[in-house]
Design a protein around this ligand. Structure first.
Ligand code: AMP
Length: 190
């Protein structure tokens, strides 16, 4: 059976992390979140973590080669996975092209890009409320949040066209209860 490789896409605060948890369980996928991997590096106080933290604290993107390398390592560590869910990756065209190249080598292409759509003011509200409890410094400051959304609009949102051209882009309404949104995602996976 072919593998299920899903890109869970959307701006910061769209619910990618929350929804990943449900999809992983249902489809037995391996979760690959570059944000989580970077936060683990920061926690471990590695050199990479120290460099990444500065950018993350400003709401800017970390260099493509860093995140691509992290994803490559994790994919190689899980060659027997039933599939992957990419959460917060790819965020640039270079990352999307690198991902396609890595998957093509294994002949297991992306199945679908599920894009959670949420209006900007709702995102800011969600992130500020997450910041009160998550301990994530980039969720506490509205200017940083707006910068992250700006980076998304400028560099990441254009990937909808990239995946659309491959017939893989599926828009999902990301406003509603967690259960409702999970059902929409499951329906989209088909
Ligand atoms: P996230 O947990 O996905 O919201 O990511 C938190 C922060 O980590 C982002 O604001 C970026 O600074 C950095 N980051 C995570 N994933 C990527 C990526 N694919 N490319 C570049 N930077 C990333």
């Amino acid at each position: 059976m072919s593998k299920l490789n899903i890109v869970l896409f959307g701006p910061p605060g769209a619910g990618k992390g929350t929804q990943s948890a449900f999809l992983i369980k249902r489809y037995h996928l391996v979760h690959l979140s570059t944000g989580d991997l970077l936060r683990a590096e920061i926690k471990a106080e590695s050199e990479l973590g120290t460099q990444a933290k500065e950018l993350m604290d400003r709401g800017e993107l970390v260099a493509d080669h860093i995140v691509i390398g992290m994803i490559r390592n994790k994919m190689e560590a899980h060659l027997d996975a039933k599939g992957f869910i990419f959460d917060g990756f790819p965020r640039t065209r270079a990352q999307a092209e690198a991902l396609d190249a890595m998957l093509d080598v294994k002949e297991e292409p992306i199945t679908a890009m599920l894009a959670l759509e949420v209006p900007e003011e709702e995102l800011v509200k969600r992130l500020l409320s997450r910041g009160a409890t998550s301990g994530r410094s980039d969720d506490k400051d509205e200017a940083v949040i707006r910068n992250r959304i700006g980076e998304y609009m400028a560099k990441t949102a254009p990937l909808k066209d990239y995946f659309s051209a491959q017939g893989k882009y599926k828009a999902i309404d990301g406003v509603g209860s967690i259960d409702e949104i999970t059902s929409r995602l499951i329906q989209a996976v088909g």
